[in-house]
Design a protein around this ligand. Structure first.
Ligand SMILES: *Cc1c(COP(=O)(O)O)cnc(C)c1O
Length: 961
């Protein structure tokens, strides 16, 4: 045994950095040689503008090993106290079926996938989402549902916006029933103010006194009352307005669905379908409406189409209508949503089936009825006459005392005021819960006879009004009636997983999306009960662990970005944009500059930028880019001057989505400031800044951080995400606050932008762990290697495909765009053909046609090894060779492999009359066979799917056919 290695050296073997970074030192060296630069440092100084490149390391703790970081975080988490939550208010205890917990939530096959823009390799999650839509349709009684929104409160705001677009009424007034959840009211008000709608908050009995374009009711309402919606909906319709209903999904198992009562939009949270409360999220919201409003829907719709063999195949319907793609014409700015959580909710319904759900809902209701009866017997007056799972009680000045007793029994009640308490039961409640609650309320030490109470309530059938008991069947489709044993369920989940390509199969080089490693160590804490089981409105004293973790993450993000304050509320990058623009708006207003409403946006911007600007009622003025892809500074200057009096802000992405570090970025920020504007930096590309420069130092006033890009939260097939914003001190008072849990810092008058105070708090441990494992040096190295990998790809692919833009010294940033247009002109092979052909090699296509139509934007991230990059390059060069053969007339376009891609097993086992071999079709390189991914369908017909829009599970006959 040799003793040449030092102990310190031996201890390094557990360093996380080398696990996160794909290429090892030797590979990095070889790539640097290809680029003709000496060192990583040299590459960086050739690439990043000198005026913004920082020399110092960030001041951050770490790096820690995986064991150290998780050990520390476990200690932090254990400061959270898990009480039985009876708070209700839209968040309920639930039991995540273990088969779903382990095989979906904890499974990289599900959580590392991307939004299903390439449907041929995403049929699994598309089916799960279609099930989610069917579930939403069945339980609400509506005609059409979309795939998922961010949370119930933002879904309410989207419903209001839909009502405004679709209602015949010319009114500018929106009615909100004051018995809705407070967080919903707050988020809707914030949105209404941004849109310039007026809002009235009142008792539903006063509805007739107003003329409204829409109204929001909650069913059952925040106090648990179940009101007959029919007369209210009729009254809204009489005014030519639309009726929007927030409904509890589980209650709809037993209640007449709002669709049968005439509702126009029905939405709510799907949290209690198996998704832990997680101190506020992430959870999916569902959203259902009339068929007539399908083109006004926010978010994504999954539709049924056919592939080139005529087989059934799923895709995102009306994809060119996808919200952010329509830019300022978008219905909303939804991009990242909550796909993983929607999938979990749909699996929950598949697993339990209609009978299982009925059992759960009836049990919850029966226990609530027993509790109601017991409390009545003990002299407590119930304020809601009817109920599903929630009771609001008049406790005559004893609220404080009862809440204290409840805490001693580790139960949280909803404390409304000194005389009023709320109590909600859920799937996790039992007889014991009811016994405990009765003892807590009475405080007389007397045990209750649950059996006797049960006999009473069964006889009296109290709770749900006779006329509002659900009669209609639901979830009759076979998918909800076939997988109730664990074996069947396990195999159903696996069969869907097998159809999807995720990061556990190959690199997903999606430009602008930063599909980097989502390390297992980072994922482990999110399913710890200490993080999962907390209600977002639990007393702060019970959430100390969350406070420590969030404070530490905020401190790290402040250091990384240079901002003075962080607002953790937005649940996606796009929501961050909206929240940031609102802060800018309020800042201008506070200076008496209400008129400042012009938002400058370069043409290279992501579509969410103009969509968010529209939501903040800003006027979008586009700024052109020059031939090198940079913002045209002369044009920017001109437009800033022309609009100087009304300039609100600039929205700029840095490095730009053209994949270059613009040298003029400081000057750009100065021009905006000189004209009285603020700089909003879209932080989607922060992965190219961390450790090398900082948004606030460059000149940004506010910026969002897509924690699901740069900070390792997995994309979950299209969500969850987190889009906290960093702001400079002058904007800090103007960021979102929360009506239920007031936050330190922002003005208490500020409304909320999300339902929960810290957004999707339970996924923040992922980003916390990433920062802890990497440390300052590691974070900087990650950025450097991301740049190295991108430049290596650009250099090697550049021989075959023109790289559209590059910066100083011909370098790209952390991503690059290759131009397919000249090849298309010469050969007829399209960018889509290239994207689909990549599937035959087992790769996911890069981002297609964004930000420039006819191009592919490639972002390898620091996590991909040289070997994987070389395979990708190999695949791209092979495809280039195929394009050449078409150019040279050897193949017609129609006969060529790219045109016929992806190739399926059905292709090569059926008749074969192509001029290339089956081998070339499915094993186009020798290495493909060793890890073959088989697309489960052929190329999907987009036009057919949009012409024959069908967004529910196909009828049973379709299965038989
Ligand atoms: C991803 C992205 C967004 C939107 O972020 P979401 O989290 O998906 O809402 C905005 N701008 C750019 C440049 C992006 O890449």
């Amino acid at each position: 045994m040799s003793n040449t290695r030092s102990l310190t050296d031996l201890e390094q073997t557990d360093a996380f950095l080398r696990r996160h970074i794909g290429p090892d030192d030797a590979e990095q060296q070889s790539m640097l040689e290809t680029l003709g630069v000496e060192s990583l440092d040299a590459l960086i100084s050739e690439t990043v503008p000198n005026s913004i490149l920082r020399k110092d390391l960030l001041n951050l703790p770490g790096p820690r090993t995986e064991a150290e970081a998780l050990g520390y975080l476990k200690g932090v988490a254990s400061k959270n106290q898990i009480f039985t939550s009876c708070i209700g208010m839209g968040y309920h205890g639930t039991l995540t079926p273990n088969v779903i917990l382990r095989n979906v939530l904890e499974n990289p096959g599900w959580y590392t996938a991307y939004t299903p823009y390439q449907p041929e390799i995403a049929q699994g999650r598309l089916e799960a989402l279609l099930n989610f839509q069917q579930l939403s349709i069945d339980l609400t009684g509506m005609e059409l549902a979309s795939a998922s929104l961010l949370d119930e409160a933002t879904a309410a705001a989207e419903a209001m916006a839909l009502a405004k677009r679709q209602a015949k009424s010319k009114s500018n007034l929106f009615f909100i029933d004051h018995d809705c959840h407070p967080q919903t009211i707050s988020v809707v008000r914030t949105r209404a103010e941004a849109f310039g709608f007026e809002v009235v908050l009142d008792d539903v009995r006063k509805l007739g006194e107003y003329e409204v374009f829409g109204a929001l009711f909650q069913y059952p309402n925040t106090w648990g009352e179940i009101t007959d919606l029919k007369p209210l909906i009729d009254a809204v319709h009489a005014q030519n307005g639309l009726a929007c209903i927030a409904a509890d999904l589980l209650s709809l198992v037993l209640l007449t669905p709002p669709g049968e009562l005439g509702a126009d939009v029905v939405f709510g949270s799907a949290q209690r379908f198996g998704v832990p409360m997680g101190y506020g999220g992430p959870h999916a919201a569902y959203f259902a409406t009339r068929d007539a409003y399908k083109r006004a829907m926010p978010g994504r719709i999954i539709g049924v189409s056919v592939d080139t063999r005529g087989n059934r195949a799923l895709r995102m319907a009306l994809q060119t209508r996808e919200q952010h793609i329509r830019r300022e014409k978008a219905n909303s700015n939804i991009c990242t949503a909550q796909v993983l959580l929607a999938n979990i909710a749909s699996f929950y319904a598949v697993y339990h089936g209609p009978e299982g759900l009925k059992t759960i809902a009836e049990r919850v209701h029966r226990l609530t009825a027993i509790l109601a009866s017991g409390l009545e017997g003990k002299g407590f007056k119930r304020q809601n006459e009817h109920f599903f799972d929630t009771l609001t009680l008049d406790v005559g000045g004893r609220a404080g005392e009862i809440v204290e007793r409840a805490r001693a029994a580790r139960i949280n009640l909803r404390l409304v005021d000194e005389t009023t308490l709320g109590v909600s039961l859920d799937e996790t409640s039992s007889r014991a819960t009811v016994e405990q609650l009765l003892a807590v309320f009475a405080g007389d030490g007397q045990a209750s006879d649950i059996e006797a109470l049960d006999r009473q309530v069964s006889a009296a059938a109290i709770g749900i009004p006779e006329a509002l008991r659900r009669q209609s069947a639901f979830l009759t489709h076979p998918v909800f009636n076939s997988y109730h044993s664990e074996t069947e369920m396990l195999r159903y989940i696996k069969s869907l997983e097998n159809k999807d390509l995720a990061l556990n199969h190959a690199m997903i080089p999606l430009g602008s999306c930063t599909m980097k490693l989502n390390a297992t160590a980072e994922m482990i804490p999110i399913t710890w009960p200490e993080f999962g089981q907390l209600h977002p409105f639990a007393p702060l004293a019970q959430a100390e662990g969350y406070k420590v973790m969030i404070d530490e993450l905020e401190a790290a993000l402040r250091e990384i970005t240079g901002f003075d304050a962080i607002c953790m509320q937005p649940n996606s990058g796009a929501q961050g944009e909206y929240a940031g623009l609102l802060a800018i708006r309020k800042f201008h207003e506070s200076n008496g500059d209400e008129h400042r409403n012009v938002c400058l946006i370069p043409t290279s911007a992501h579509g969410t930028n103009p969509a968010s600007a529209m939501m903040a009622s800003m006027r979008v003025v586009l700024v052109s880019c020059d031939d090198n892809g940079n913002v045209d500074i002369a044009d920017l200057k001109q437009k800033a001057e022309d609009n100087a009096d009304n300039l609100s802000c600039l929205m700029i992405t840095y490095p730009s989505t053209h994949g270059v570090y613009e040298e003029g970025i400081r000057e750009i920020c100065q021009i905006i400031h000189q004209h009285g504007g603020q700089v909003y930096m879209d932080g989607a590309n922060l992965n190219a800044q961390v450790g090398l420069t900082r948004p606030a130092d460059i000149g940004a006033d506010v910026s969002h951080m897509n924690l699901h890009k740069t900070f390792c939260i997995p994309h979950g097939g299209g969500g969850p995400g987190m889009g906290p914003i960093g702001v400079k001190a002058h904007l800090a008072p103007y960021v979102a606050n929360h009506p239920v849990v007031p936050l330190d810092g922002p003005d208490p008058e500020n409304g909320a932008v999300s339902a929960a105070p810290w957004g999707s708090a339970s996924i923040l441990p992922i980003s916390w762990t990433y920062v802890a494992l990497m440390g300052a040096e590691g974070l900087r190295r990650a950025t450097e290697v991301a740049i190295l990998n991108a430049n290596y790809l650009a250099k090697r692919l550049g021989q075959a495909y023109p790289v559209l833009y590059s910066g100083r010294n011909g370098r790209v940033a952390h991503e690059c765009i290759i131009d397919i247009r000249p090849l298309k002109a010469a050969s007829g092979i399209t960018e889509e053909d290239v994207a689909k052909r990549l599937m035959d090699f087992g790769f996911h296509a890069p981002t297609m046609s964004f930000p420039v139509p006819g191009t592919l934007m490639i972002e390898p991230t620091e996590s991909e090894s040289k070997a994987e990059l070389d395979r990708f390059i190999d695949a791209m060069l092979t495809i280039r060779g195929e394009i050449s053969r078409v150019e040279q007339g050897e193949w017609t376009v129609e006969q060529s492999p790219p045109h016929n891609a992806p190739h399926t097993l059905a292709d090569i086992t059926g008749e074969w009359d192509r001029p290339y071999s089956r081998q070339e079709a499915v094993f186009p390189q020798s290495w493909v066979a060793a890890n073959k991914f088989w697309p489960s369908v052929n190329r999907i017909d987009n036009v057919y799917g949009d012409r024959n829009l069908f967004c529910a599970c196909p009828p049973i006959e379709a299965y038989e056919a």
